[in-house]
Each structure stands twice: as structure tokens, then as C-alpha cells.
Design a protein. Structure first.
Length: 277
């Protein structure tokens, strides 16, 4: 009977611990594989969650097929010159002797401003990129694997706000072109200017989706890609507002940048279990 009571007590303690744990992270299982020669991308229609006009952080894991993209590979965009709907996009290219990681913003939908960091990604290797924009000071920052790359190597007079564009958001392309060649995972869009320290604190684990200022979040966790948006303030479990459309059959392999999460039972729970015996 005492053993049975101990087991029951342990189950109750675990249940209470899980209920009151603020962050229970999901397991990472799949990524999204884009082939530029097949014109593959993911997209979602315009929505208020994506219309970030002030502080912004865009972050994701990327594994390039080649270290020298030509002419330009676009990671994520909400940007279209037709109707002056330019807002923001993030890309890589090879310009002269330099490989560049770029942030392009527009405040009026007409004029575009660009800052670039000279950084060569390693083909076949996962790298985490985070782009940070502070509207009040028009400041930008690039974090690579949670570490700041410092001031941009190519600087511009960036705008102090971003256009509220009606264009679709695209992952792996811009305006149906400049297709990405490589794999993406754990794509996050925040309406705040995170720091590289913030990024370093959670870039190797998946989120619940209800974290502060997380506007959109795509994890790609199953063979079909799990194209649901799991990051909204009003519906953290996946409001499906910004679910993605798969254009030209992006695939979702089990190649992932960080390991599958494992359940860990705190040591103090083992103490109470043994005490119950």
C-alpha cells in the first residue's frame, strides 16, 4: 500500500509540475528544404500579425546548399515593388569578393535601404541567423549563432519605421523570384527588438508559441511540414491565421539543426517519489 501511495503521489507531483511550468518546449523533428531550380517557396496572405512597422526581430536556422549564392537568395520577405508595397526582406548574396547577409527595409514602400554584413555561410552546415531592427534609432544588428556581428560592413540611412505593406509574406522567395537554395527551420517573427543575448537564450529549442511579442512562428514539424503558424499573442496554440501555402512542393526532411527535446524529471521529484516509498 505504501508503494502504491508513493506512485500516486509521484504522478500527482509530476502533473502539478507540468501544469505550472512556464515553458514546456516541443520536440524538433523536421525542416523545410527549398530547391531554387524548382521555384519553391512558402507563403501566407497579408495579416496584421505580419504588418510590423516598428521594432522587429526575424530569426531562423539556415543550411545552404552552396556557400556562394548567385545572384541573391531570399530567406523571408514582405516586399513587392508593384503598387509600392515594399516593406522588408532578408537575404544573402555574393557581391564581388564578399558574401553578404542583408537586411532591406522601406519606410514608404518606394525607397529601399540596405545594410549588409560580410559573412560566408558554410555549405551543408546549419547556422542560426537573427536580424534585429530598432525603429527609434534606425539601428540594425545581425546575430550569428547567438553572437553579434557588430556594425554592418555596408551601412545605409535606414528608415525609422517600416511600411504597413499589403503584400503576402514569402519564405524562400521575394515576389515569386530569387528562390532560396537550402533548408530552413524554426522561423520566428517578433514585433520587438530582441538582443543577441535573448536570441542565444532560446535559439536551440522550440517555443510554446505564446511567448511575448512573438507574432508568427513556423516549426515545420512533420513530413507535411506542419505549415501552421504557432505564434500569435491572442491564440498561442496555433490560431492558423498565418498558415503557409506550399508552392511547388517544398519538402520536409528529418534533417534538423538542434536535437529533439527530451523529458527531464527534476531531482527533487525523485526525492519525493522515494520518500513516498
Amino acid at each position: 500500500m505504501k508503494i502504491l501511495n508513493g506512485i500516486i503521489s509521484f504522478i500527482l507531483i509530476v502533473a502539478v509540475a507540468i501544469f505550472f511550468t512556464p515553458n514546456v518546449y516541443a520536440a524538433n523533428t523536421n525542416s523545410a528544404d527549398f530547391e531554387d531550380t524548382s521555384s519553391q517557396s512558402l507563403s501566407t496572405a497579408d495579416n496584421a500579425d505580419l504588418d510590423i512597422t516598428g521594432n522587429m526581430t526575424v530569426q531562423f536556422w539556415f543550411k545552404p546548399e552552396t556557400a556562394h549564392p548567385t545572384p541573391e537568395d531570399v530567406f523571408l520577405s514582405k516586399y513587392n515593388g508593384t503598387g509600392n508595397q515594399r516593406a522588408y526582406y532578408f537575404s544573402q548574396d555574393a557581391s564581388g569578393p564578399n558574401n553578404r547577409i542583408k537586411m532591406i527595409l522601406s519606410g514608404d514602400g518606394i525607397s529601399a535601404f540596405q545594410e549588409a554584413w560580410y559573412y560566408t555561410l558554410t555549405a551543408g552546415t546549419w547556422t542560426h541567423l537573427a536580424f534585429i531592427y530598432t525603429a527609434a534609432t534606425a539601428a540594425t544588428e545581425l546575430c550569428v549563432n547567438g553572437v553579434s556581428e557588430g556594425a554592418a560592413d555596408e551601412q545605409d540611412t535606414m528608415p525609422t519605421s517600416i511600411l504597413n505593406s499589403t503584400d503576402d509574406l514569402e519564405i524562400g522567395a521575394i515576389s515569386g523570384g530569387n528562390f532560396l537554395d537550402g533548408r530552413l527551420d524554426d522561423v520566428r517573427l517578433y514585433n520587438t527588438n530582441r538582443t543577441c543575448t535573448d536570441v542565444a537564450g532560446d535559439y536551440q529549442q522550440e517555443l510554446n508559441g505564446n511567448e511575448a511579442n512573438l507574432q508568427a512562428y513556423w516549426m515545420f514539424n512533420d513530413a507535411e511540414g506542419n505549415l501552421q503558424d504557432r505564434g500569435t499573442i491572442t491564440d498561442p496554440a496555433g490560431a492558423n491565421i498565418n498558415d503557409l501555402t506550399n508552392n511547388n512542393t517544398v519538402t520536409f526532411p528529418t534533417d534538423i539543426p538542434f536535437p529533439i527535446a527530451a523529458a527531464v524529471i527534476p531531482q527533487d521529484l525523485w526525492f519525493w517519489f522515494l520518500w513516498g516509498l
